[in-house]
Design a protein around this ligand. Structure first.
Ligand SMILES: Cc1cc2nc3c(=O)[nH]c(=O)nc-3n(C[C@H](O)[C@H](O)[C@H](O)COP(=O)(O)O)c2cc1C
Length: 326
């Protein structure tokens, strides 16, 4: 029994390494006799950038995928149940069963994966590798589209990213929310254990008296577009994840698929970063539906992939603040 509980605890700690929007880490995990209950954590929602909580549920799905990969590695198969609670929020129960495990080579990538915001090497991913990523099995309702550098769709997306930057960075509420999640110093990183650390944003420590000035000059569409243009120019492909019904259940499934995709790229030594702005802005998301051949599906996550040097890892919360026995 002791050993079983410690196995469950170890499995749940892999959730911590999952990606999440603004590194909010919006999950709470309860260890049960034979599995887990996983709740979305709505204590710090991104009400402006993610007004539907879609990215929150996608992040939750990424964490759930890590737990499932860890369970399979330990010899357990998993069955998921989606539970709608009284606040209309979706919780997930994972029931484990011994002997039905399907261990995956992706498990070993969980600790290595990272979001890379650097300028890439401007090197193309070979078609054979892209075919492998195209054929990756995704969850029901989830579909991804991969666009090569300079393809018509790639260039359309480039213009959508620019347009969305113009809209988001003209909105003071968006900027305030983003600023709230930037960690400018090591003491802030240690204090919060979440958010976007200055290291992962590729900048140096900014002393408090300079923050306002630098932020004023940098948090502008022109500066963001200049930086994004360099990132997009050196990307080999864009990857657009879409869903059919746009429901919390589907977003969780999209998160699970996204996480497998990210782990697979990591295994192939391919770097990945997010360019989500166009999916977050409703009018631009509608344009994506109209202009890209995505079968009227909902665009949800936009990645860029290519080759790059590794970057700094993001801070993470302590296990004791997110994992509980129930
Ligand atoms: C649903 C979702 C949306 C994200 N959106 C963005 C984004 O728009 N821009 C960005 O730079 N990173 C984005 N990220 C990456 C997170 O900021 C990143 O996962 C987090 O900071 C933790 O870092 P890590 O992925 O290196 O562990 C997103 C991640 C997820 C799961």
């Amino acid at each position: 029994m002791e050993k079983h509980l410690s196995d469950l605890y170890t499995m749940s700690t892999y959730a911590i390494k999952a990606p999440s929007s603004h590194n909010t880490q919006p999950w709470i995990i309860f260890i049960k006799d034979n599995g887990f209950e996983i709740y979305p954590d709505f204590s710090n929602p991104l009400t402006i950038a993610d007004n539907l909580n879609r990215e929150l549920y996608i992040s939750l799905g990424c964490a759930i995928e890590n737990i499932c990969l860890a369970a399979n590695e330990k010899g357990y198969g998993e069955a998921l149940t989606f539970i709608l609670n009284e606040n209309q929020q979706v919780n997930v129960r994972i029931d484990l069963s011994k002997g039905t495990a399907n261990p995956s080579a992706l498990f070993s990538q969980i600790n290595k994966r990272q979001t890379n915001r650097s300028v890439f090497f401007d090197r193309e991913i070979p078609d054979k590798e892209i075919t492998k990523l195209t054929n990756l099995k995704l969850d029901e309702g989830v579909k991804h589209f991969i666009y090569k550098y300079n393809a018509t769709e790639f260039n359309l997306i480039r213009s959508f990213v620019r347009e969305a930057n113009e809209i988001q960075l003209a909105d003071d509420r968006y900027k305030d929310e983003l600023l709230n999640w930037i960690r400018f110093s090591n003491s802030q990183i240690n204090q919060f254990q979440n958010g976007l650390s200055y290291k992962t944003l590729g900048v140096s420590i900014i002393p408090p008296f300079l923050r306002k000035i630098i932020i004023k000059s940098q948090l502008k569409a022109s500066a963001q577009n200049k930086a994004d243009e360099k990132r997009m120019q050196t990307s080999s492909h864009f990857v657009l994840f879409t869903c059919e019904k746009n429901t919390p259940e589907e977003w969780i499934k999209l998160g699970r698929s996204l996480q497998r995709f990210l782990l697979q790229t990591c295994k192939m030594k391919i770097a990945s970063g997010f360019l989500n702005q166009p999916c977050e802005v409703e009018v631009i998301a509608d344009k994506m539906k109209d202009c890209l051949q995505i079968e009227n599906r909902h665009p949800a996550i936009l990645l860029r992939i290519g080759y790059a040097h590794p970057v700094a890892y993001s801070p993470r919360k302590q296990a004791s603040s997110i994992i509980f026995n129930k």
